[in-house]
Every structure is written in structure tokens, then in C-alpha cells.
Design a protein around this ligand. Structure first.
Ligand SMILES: Cc1cc2nc3c(=O)[nH]c(=O)nc-3n(C[C@H](O)[C@H](O)[C@H](O)COP(=O)(O)OP(=O)(O)OC[C@H]3O[C@@H](n4cnc5c(N)ncnc54)[C@H](O)[C@@H]3O)c2cc1C
Length: 425
């Protein structure tokens, strides 16, 4: 019997605990959380705000009491871990106490970045990450006093907050410091289409706007002042400019940390028996061949499962760490697979548009580098797995079954060929 600790209990922590119990019913599992709520899915927060799901649906694994019983866990609520002595596998707590374990998983996730600028704490300035953030925004919108809103950050979270606002009849403006929307995932050509379609739905978009401070007007409204002097006034300001991995408390511990805790394909850190998974981890990006934090729900669950299996002595690997994201909002969707930043002028470009799809893909002679798609959310998995296969084995094209599937969904033969596949006549 060994003593196992899980620090942070979101999707990654829960999936680790569940996997450990698949192999081992005997070891003790202590779960430390800085909250008193059960594991939830932050991705569903905006669905709750707009009323698409009830509060309970934020917790896809069920009720905390039942989870504790089913997985036989010792859950320590409101008990944040404040440090680690890796050589002794000892966790440190705020009251100065320490506890040692045989194996530890860090699955502490990430927090929304709120820049330290004047006005960031004003009432009416919100963020979106936690269940509390969602409950707060839902309450504000239900009061009916918000008529105009400004969302800062035109990326995966900001776009979902825009959806909540638009669906509540709030006149909304979206600004971003970068040159175009979804700057790290979209080609400029894709981003301009996304922007045009959003504007057609009544949302104003302004890029190249870097937030400097937020001021309160005499009538209570908020003005976001930009570094270039532009001013945007609204009843509500949502700050969605990115997230910081919750690893600050491990900074001087000796764990290898980039943006997150660096791990191998078993989710093990540079210390044997100490693992990390989910948003707080950096696994090896198989496209770039280097550590990269790819903070998505699939990674949180799968990495948690892989860490849990290895902690229980069942060898498992995570080798699907690629940049991929899907934004579905206002009956519209945008998918990006692969790294837009590695595309070069000498690469081959494929572009296609019909009344269903917009596609822009880039490849070198040997590999697909990045695919942007609009209108094809249901095919995300198909293209993600094609991309992963092409990275793992550049010389193998799209298999016949996948090619048929793409063709049945209306994707052009030239696109399938471009991906390295075969055209079936
Ligand atoms: C608005 C929004 C939209 C999203 N949309 C998508 C999407 O469309 N697709 C997608 O794939 N992903 C999406 N994501 C990302 C996805 O939700 C996350 O990648 C995933 O939930 C991360 O899970 P996790 O378990 O790693 O972290 P978390 O769910 O953040 O859990 C970590 C837990 O650790 C706790 N903790 C932190 N520090 C400590 C400490 N020191 N001690 C103890 N406990 C601690 C935290 O309070 C938290 O409960 C979205 C996220 C947001 C916020």
C-alpha cells in the first residue's frame, strides 16, 4: 500500500484518481483542493451563464460526496498546498505543516490573468474561469442593468463570453492587443473572416488595442483606456486575456517549470514519483518536439488518466500533445489544428471556401503544419487524428476509411490530396 496525494481536483485530478482506483483499491489517496467544490469543467461556465445547461451540469463527474465514497478519497477542502520538498516528497501547507507521500500528482490547473493595472478591481470588471465567475456573471446579467459590454481578449474564452452577452441582448464590443483575432491560432485570412461574421451579428471588433487602465465614470459606467489613447465605455468589462498556470508555489522547489511543470510522456516530472497533468503541466508537443502547455479539456482528462495509471504501476503514455482548439459560438465555429507560427512563406497553402466551409491549410513537403477551418466543428476529431498521424509518420497519407469519411462530409478531394491522402473516384 502506498500513500498518494493529488493536488488540485479538476478534470485532470479527478481522472487521475479514477484511473488509480481502476488498478489499486488499497493505497490511500489524499486530495488537496483550494476550494470546497467538486471537480467541474471550466469550459462549461459560459454555457451555464447563457442558460444552456443547469448548474449541476458544470460537474460532469457528479456530486463530490459520491465521488469521495466511490473512489475512497480523503478530500481536504480549502486546503491549498503552498510548497514541495521533492527529495522527501513532502507537501507544505499554509499553517506550516508538512506531509510526505510515496507519489504526488500536481493538477492545479490555471487561473485567469488579471493584469495589475489601475481599475482592475472595480465592480463590473469580470473574468471567466471558475464556477464562481459564472455564477457572478449570470447574476449580473439577470439583474438586467447591463446594456453594453466590452470584452478584452479576442480568443477562446473572450469569444464565449461575447456569446453570453449577445444572447442576453447586450450590445458588445470585442477588443484585442494583437493584430487580429485568435492571433496565436488563426491565419490573418481566417481571422478576417471570423471578424466579418462576428460584425454581421452586431459585435464591434477592434484589434491592436492594448489595455492600459479602467476608470469609473460619474454615472457608474466603466471606461477601458487603451495604451494608444482609445477609450471604450460600457456597463461591464470582461477581461479574457489569457491564463497563468497555477505553479507559482512550486517555483523554488527544484521541479522543472516553464509555463507549467515539465513532464515526460508518462506525465512524470524531473523527480521520480512526482507527476503533473492538465493545465498546470507542459508535456512534449509532438509537432514542435519541445515542452508546451496545451490547456484543453481533452488533455486535462487524458493526461490525468495517464498520470494515474503510471502512479498505480500500469504503464501508459500520452503522445497526443498537439495544438488544437475549437470555438463554437453564436451558431458558428472555428477550429485550429497545429501551429500557425511554424508556417513559412515557402510552404504550400491550400484555401477553399463554399457556403458551408472555409478552409486554409499549410504544409511543407513532408508534414501538415496548420489547418484552420470554419463551419466544420463535427469533423474536429477526424482532422485532429489525421494531423497527429501525419506528425508521427509524415510518409503515410490519409487512410482510405478517413478519406471516405472526409469525402462523405463534403470536403473537396483536393483538400484530402493536400493532406497527403488519396482521391477515390
Ligand atoms: C471559459 C473557458 C472555455 C474553455 N473552452 C474550452 C474548449 O472549448 N475546449 C477545451 O478543450 N478546453 C476549453 N477550456 C479549457 C479547459 O476547461 C481546461 O483545459 C481544463 O478544464 C483544465 O482542467 P485541469 O484539471 O487541468 O484544471 P482546473 O479545472 O483549473 O482544476 C484545477 C484545480 O486545482 C485547484 N488548485 C489550484 N491551485 C491549488 C493549490 N495550490 N492547492 C490545491 N488546489 C489548487 C483549483 O482551484 C482547481 O480546482 C476552457 C476554459 C475556460 C475557462
Amino acid at each position: 500500500m502506498s500513500k498518494i496525494a493529488i493536488v488540485g481536483f479538476g478534470g485532470a485530478g479527478y481522472c487521475a484518481a479514477r484511473e488509480i482506483r481502476q488498478h489499486d483499491r488499497i493505497s490511500s489517496i489524499d486530495v488537496y483542493s483550494d476550494t470546497n467544490v467538486g471537480p467541474y469543467n471550466p469550459m462549461l461556465t459560459t454555457y451555464y451563464v447563457k442558460g444552456a445547461i443547469p448548474y449541476e451540469a458544470l460537474f460532469p463527474f457528479g456530486n463530490l460526496d459520491e465521488i469521495e465514497k466511490e473512489l475512497d478519497l480523503n478530500f481536504h477542502a480549502d486546503c491549498p498546498v503552498t510548497g514541495l520538498i521533492p527529495e522527501k516528497k513532502e507537501l507544505c501547507f499554509a499553517d506550516g505543516s508538512k506531509r510526505s507521500f510515496d507519489q504526488i500528482l500536481f493538477s492545479t490547473g490555471a487561473s485567469a490573468i488579471m493584469p495589475p493595472i489601475p481599475g482592475i478591481d472595480l465592480p463590473g470588471v469580470i473574468k471567466m474561469r471558475t464556477v464562481q465567475d459564472a455564477v457572478h456573471l449570470k447574476k449580473i446579467l439577470a439583474e438586467g442593468t447591463v446594456k453594453t459590454a466590452l470584452v478584452i481578449g479576442a480568443s477562446w474564452v473572450g469569444i464565449k463570453v461575447i456569446e453570453d452577452l449577445v444572447e442576453n441582448g447586450v450590445t458588445s464590443t470585442l477588443v484585442d492587443g494583437a493584430k487580429w483575432m485568435f492571433y496565436v491560432a488563426a491565419f490573418e485570412e481566417t481571422a478576417l473572416r471570423v471578424q466579418k461574421d462576428l460584425e454581421a451579428k452586431g459585435v464591434k471588433v477592434s484589434c491592436g488595442q492594448m489595455l492600459s487602465q479602467i476608470q469609473q465614470e460619474a454615472d457608474g459606467r466603466l471606461t477601458a483606456v487603451m495604451q494608444n489613447g482609445c477609450r471604450f465605455t460600457a456597463d461591464l468589462v470582461a477581461v479574457c486575456i489569457g491564463m497563468r498556470m497555477n505553479v507559482g508555489f512550486l517555483k523554488d522547489s527544484g521541479l522543472k517549470i516553464g509555463r507549467g511543470i515539465q513532464v515526460d510522456c508518462h506525465m512524470c516530472s524531473n523527480y521520480e514519483g512526482i507527476y503533473a497533468a492538465g493545465d498546470c503541466a507542459e508535456a512534449v508537443d509532438i509537432q514542435a518536439g519541445m515542452h508546451r502547455n496545451i490547456a484543453i479539456w481533452y488533455n486535462a482528462r487524458t493526461q490525468g488518466q495517464v498520470a494515474g495509471a503510471n502512479m498505480a504501476g500500469a504503464l501508459m503514455e500520452f503522445d497526443a500533445n498537439v495544438l488544437v482548439n475549437l470555438a463554437h459560438y453564436l451558431d458558428y465555429d472555428f477550429i485550429s489544428i497545429g501551429d500557425v507560427a511554424v508556417c513559412r512563406p515557402e510552404d504550400r497553402v491550400y484555401e477553399y471556401e463554399d457556403d458551408r466551409y472555409y478552409i486554409r491549410a499549410v504544409r511543407s513537403d513532408t508534414e501538415i503544419k496548420c489547418i484552420n477551418m470554419i463551419g466544420s466543428a463535427e469533423s474536429n476529431g477526424l482532422f485532429k487524428s489525421t494531423f497527429i498521424k501525419s506528425i508521427k509518420n509524415p510518409n503515410v497519407g490519409v487512410d482510405v476509411k478517413t478519406a471516405c469519411c472526409m469525402r462523405n462530409r463534403g470536403f473537396p478531394d483536393e483538400f484530402i490530396d493536400f493532406l497527403g491522402g488519396i482521391t477515390i473516384d
